[in-house]
Design a protein around this ligand. Structure first.
Ligand code: SAM
Length: 190
């Protein structure tokens, strides 16, 4: 396939906005795959702030970073991403280059614990203030489960109404695949 898949495209977007030395956010650490990827992307001089509401996710992410001998450039918060503005030190406000929200439930964990549209949108509002101009928020939206459908609708409504003078908003997904494949919404601060 020549078209980029959803997860590779998410990384293409992150790489367009962030590079060596950047400050970035993993808004949903889960098992730490994106946190590790971001840690490598921004390198020793960069900074990754990671959030998850589940202790298990913080433990899994910590273990993954240790196993992979990641750079010591990650700060994890056992907290919801809607706390990012108060959690992330003021010196980084306005300079965050990229953030990833891999929404839904923890793979291998409790499927009842899922991201919720209200806190996701509150986090996006805060993130807009934290982003540098040109900074990108990438949301991977899983809408196969009930709450995922609500979150999909709420995020699309929120993102499609953002002022085009303030943000570029993109939707990317495969529209002929079965079983509710995930898709991307990306918001670039102008
Ligand atoms: N990116 C992860 C990875 O690489 O393994 C997968 C993330 S998983 C799809 C979604 C995660 O979001 C779960 O671990 C869940 O605990 C977390 N989560 C749910 N609500 C949250 C919130 N309000 N703030 C931060 N994390 C949340």
């Amino acid at each position: 396939m020549n078209l980029q898949g959803i997860l590779p495209f998410a990384r293409t977007l992150l790489e367009a906005a962030a590079s060596d030395g950047s400050a970035v956010i993993d808004a949903t650490c889960g098992n730490g795959n994106d946190t590790l990827y971001l840690s490598r992307l921004v390198g020793k001089r960069g900074r990754v702030f990671g959030f998850d509401i589940q202790e298990l996710a913080i433990q899994n992410t910590t273990r993954r970073l240790l196993e992979e001998q990641a750079f010591d450039n990650v700060t994890l918060f056992h907290a919801g991403h809607h706390t990012m503005k108060s959690a992330i030190p003021a010196e980084y406000h306005g300079s965050i280059k990229a953030a990833i929200f891999n929404l839904g439930y923890l793979p291998g964990g409790n499927k009842e614990i899922v991201t919720q549209s209200d806190s996701t949108i509150e986090a996006l509002e805060q993130l807009y203030e934290l982003l540098a101009p040109g900074g990108i928020a990438v949301l991977v939206i899983y809408h196969g489960h009930e709450q995922g459908k609500k979150e999909r609708d709420a995020v699309l409504e929120y993102a499609s109404q953002l002022d085009q003078q303030k943000a570029h908003v993109l939707q990317y997904g495969f529209i002929n695949q079965k079983n509710n494949p995930p898709f991307i919404v990306a918001i670039e601060k102008r």
